[in-house]
Design a protein around this ligand. Structure first.
Ligand SMILES: Cc1ncc(COP(=O)(O)O)c(C=O)c1O
Length: 439
């Protein structure tokens, strides 16, 4: 590389670091305004800013060297063979489920009308790909204390059209993945683990995301690590890897990286289906795909964030445990969160779940929190079959979904991300104590 360019890059990166250090210094000065407790936020420093500027100076813009490295490091972190970056967790879910419909899978592929088991309290884009692929979601109820799919209902929900289970580890708390993956193996079903909120969660020493056929991640700013917009699909299955990559990259058959040609060594030597002999492999489409790729700028930030993941997880765990301890004294009002034996969750949020029959409503409690500057979020769409988007759509419900209804009316979550300091936690618990002392 040209020496002058190299020096200019180094100077630019040093300036970018200096800029962020100053911004961090200013951010640490005590603010004069009222206390605000967000549910989530970006936690970053000069490393992320320098990485972003470094990738901007490359001006590669699409997936490139940072993406290759980020994908390699993600795969290594999970001990899986492949990670494919996407432009969001929702895209990762769409790619993962679409991969199961690929012609590459022969007679194992899912076809229109096949069923996919999931839960009614899912995030919308965990289940939307089921509809978008012409498949039929089968909605199961949740457990009130783990706020996860009721694994005991899965076997009974399987019909002769059921082909897959696609479900999230809710708010980072692992669902009974050992049981569900065992059922899937026995019954020949695919399993997709939505780990968008569960990066780093473990079950008996094994990372969630490694139990199923495919797993997905989100790097939206609320998540364990962020790349701005971003996500990833993980798998060790070479066929599913090819299918997922194809759906992500326009549906093409070719697997050349951006900017590369002839990786297969016979770019003009393919004869597939009714195509003329030698048609350019770059323009052969074997899946009805999308373009859901991410950019190198996002991947560069992700690389810096991955290094901080252990510290982020520790902070989240500490905050979650703190709230769990605090709520014990208020157990008569709240169903406390529980994890399966052997689970070591990397939590996303703390679920506040008001018991049925409590002397106050969620609305009253939330209004009190909001007036104290404490933000909260619902458990996604509650019982999703009650959402207008799904009215009149084809799905199957198993059971009465009464617990999903309970979640819709009684639950919400508060932030535990690393930006929640002991001072903010104390503010939160004070506000809860103040409200609950009236009852
Ligand atoms: C469980 C779950 N799956 C998928 C997503 C979608 O991720 P994204 O916002 O990156 O599209 C989210 C979003 O937070 C989520 O919570």
């Amino acid at each position: 590389m040209d020496e002058q360019l190299k020096r200019l890059r180094e100077e630019t990166l040093a300036k970018a670091r200096q800029f962020q250090r100053r911004r961090d210094e200013l951010g640490k000065q005590p603010g004069a305004g009222p206390v605000n407790v967000p549910v989530a936020g970006k936690v970053f420093d000069e490393e992320e800013v320098a990485a972003l500027v470094d990738s901007a100076l490359d001006f590669w813009l699409t997936a490139g060297r940072f993406t290759d490295q980020f994908e390699a490091e993600l795969a290594k972190y999970f001990g899986l063979k492949h990670a494919m970056m996407t432009n969001s967790g929702s895209s990762a879910n769409l790619v993962a489920l679409s991969a199961l419909t690929s012609k590459y899978l022969g007679n194992r592929r899912l076809s229109k009308g096949d069923e996919v088991i999931t839960t009614a309290t899912s995030f919308p884009t965990t289940i939307n790909p089921i509809f978008q692929n012409g498949l039929v979601p089968v909605f199961l109820d949740v457990e009130l204390d783990t706020y996860n799919i009721d694994a005991g209902m899965v076997e009974g929900a399987i019909s002769d059209r059921t082909r897959a289970v696609m479900v999230a580890h809710t708010l980072g708390n692992p669902f009974d993945v050992e049981k569900i993956s065992r059922i899937c193996k026995e019954r020949g079903l695919f399993l997709i683990e939505d780990c968008c909120d569960a990066l780093g969660s473990m079950v008996n020493g094994r990372m969630v995301g490694t139990f199923g056929d495919l797993a997905t991640l989100s790097f939206y700013p609320a998540h364990h690590i962020t790349t701005g917009e971003g996500g990833a699909v993980l798998t060790s299955n070479p066929l599913l890897k090819r299918a997922a990559e194809s759906f992500r990259d326009w549906g093409r058959d070719c697997w050349c990286k951006t900017g590369c040609d002839n990786t297969c060594g016979k770019r003009f030597g393919w004869k597939i289906g009714g195509l003329p002999m030698g048609y350019d492999h770059k323009y052969i489409y074997s899946n009805i795909g999308y373009n859901l790729k991410a950019t190198d700028m996002s991947a560069a930030i992700g690389l810096a964030q991955l290094k901080k993941l252990p510290l982020f997880m520790e902070a989240r765990k500490e905050n979650h445990n703190f709230y769990l301890d605090f709520f014990k004294k208020h157990e008569k009002f709240f169903i406390l969160p529980k994890s399966y034996p052997g689970a070591d969750p990397s939590h996303f949020g703390y679920l506040v779940n008001i018991r049925g029959g409590a002397p106050f409503s969620r609305g009253e409690l939330v209004a009190h929190l909001e007036s104290n500057g404490i933000a909260m979020r619902m458990l996604f769409g509650g019982n999703i079959v009650r959402q207008p988007a799904y009215e009149g759509e084809k799905y199957r419900v198993v059971g009465d979904l009464l617990r999903a209804d309970h979640m819709m009316g009684n639950a919400f979550w508060i932030g535990i991300y690393p930006g929640i300091t002991p001072k903010l936690r104390a503010h939160v618990t004070r506000a809860f104590d103040e409200f609950l002392s009236k009852f």
